[in-house]
Design a protein around this ligand. Structure first.
Ligand SMILES: NC(=O)c1ccc[n+]([C@@H]2O[C@H](COP(=O)([O-])OP(=O)(O)OC[C@H]3O[C@@H](n4cnc5c(N)ncnc54)[C@H](O)[C@@H]3O)[C@@H](O)[C@H]2O)c1
Length: 303
């Protein structure tokens, strides 16, 4: 099939593109390379450096005429979204709408949006199912939720769509700079022999999902399903437990420094992906120890 992937030079997007190319699909990547890297774009995929907000997007989409669009391009930094909500909305709402308009004007059969499990905020129900109340604690999350709603309103019966609400994804190619995933940051610091900084007491939990499992869920979303699905392990891992695992894998006695807790940070999080298991026939294949070992190896070999 002809498949367009926005954000295909990024961490999750480039891993997805590799898998789609391996399945024999014809893939076109659009990415402005603001955080992505061209070297991560599979050499068998077409690539165009373009901002999703650009007017030229409509022609690019209609010229390629994809059957499927995966939308991953995003401003993904929560702190940036708080500091500059207009920037976040311009990319994550207006840019996404620019793409959706182009999809509706061409022969796209399905639009697959990469959303976030952060939509449930500090949920009282853990693991959290899709039916739990939404609680946007940042403009980034608000805009993920907003675009899900736009998809539902504007697509109606014209375009099939699916939104996957991903847990905390980790794995090869995640960027350890800035406010990236904590696993990439810690592995990078461990390999440099640096002190690991913990915000708060380290008892906060997250649902860590290996990138190959996320990619498999995205591929399953090509099937005859629609609507919103959680994609996670349902397992809560405390930051201190994560560090213990990294110590074991790296064989190093890592130094830890506790910093002040970050205001507004969610205390506990894990996603109930029972719906994805039933409807997408998806479930994770990698446990944290295996995924961490693979990711550690990638970071070590990259040095
Ligand atoms: N990493 C996670 O844990 C996680 C969890 C839930 C959801 N997501 C979502 O998954 C998607 C991919 O995230 P990632 O972790 O791979 O981050 P990433 O930064 O590696 O990927 C985002 C890609 O989008 C590109 N991009 C950004 N703004 C753009 C624009 N205006 N026009 C064109 N391209 C643009 C970047 O260059 C980058 O290649 C994002 O939508 C993110 O919100 C990620």
């Amino acid at each position: 099939m002809k498949i367009l992937v926005t954000g295909g030079a990024g961490f999750i997007g480039s891993n997805l593109v590799d898998a789609l190319v391996a399945l024999g699909h014809q893939v076109f990547v659009i990415d402005d390379l603001s955080t992505g890297k061209q070297e991560y774009v599979n050499s068998r995929a077409k690539f165009k450096q373009l901002d999703i907000r650009d007017e030229a997007l409509a022609n690019v989409v209609s010229d390629f005429s994809p059957e499927i669009i995966y939308h991953l391009a995003a401003q993904k930094n929560v702190r940036t979204s708080l500091a500059d909500p207009r920037l976040d909305a311009s990319i994550n709402v207006l840019g996404a709408l620019n793409l959706l308009k182009a999809a509706l004007n061409s022969k796209v059969k399905k639009f697959i949006f990469v959303s976030s499990g952060g939509i449930y905020g500090d949920s009282k129900i853990l693991p959290t199912p899709e039916s739990a109340p939404e609680q946007a604690l940042s403009p980034y999350i608000l805009n993920k939720l907003t675009f899900e709603k736009y998809l539902s309103i504007l697509s109606e019966d014209k375009l099939a769509w699916t939104a996957l609400r991903l847990a905390n994804i980790y794995g090869p190619r995640q960027d350890p700079q800035g406010e990236a995933g904590v696993i990439a940051i810690f592995l990078d610091q461990a390999l440099k022999g640096e002190t690991l900084n913990i915000n708060g007491d380290g008892k906060q939990t997250r649902d860590y999902l290996y990138v190959d499992d996320a990619v498999q869920a995205l591929i399953k979303a090509l099937g005859d399903i629609s609507g919103v699905y959680n994609i996670g392990t349902g397992i809560e891992t405390a930051l201190l437990d994560l560090i213990a695992k990294i110590k074991k894998i790296s064989g190093q006695d890592l130094q830890i420094k506790n910093r002040e807790a970050v205001w507004g940070e969610v205390r506990r999080s894990s996603l109930d992906a029972s719906l994805a298991k039933t409807k997408l026939a998806w479930q994770p294949n990698y446990d944290l120890a295996t995924g961490l070992a693979l990711t550690y190896k990638w970071f070590r070999d990259k040095k």
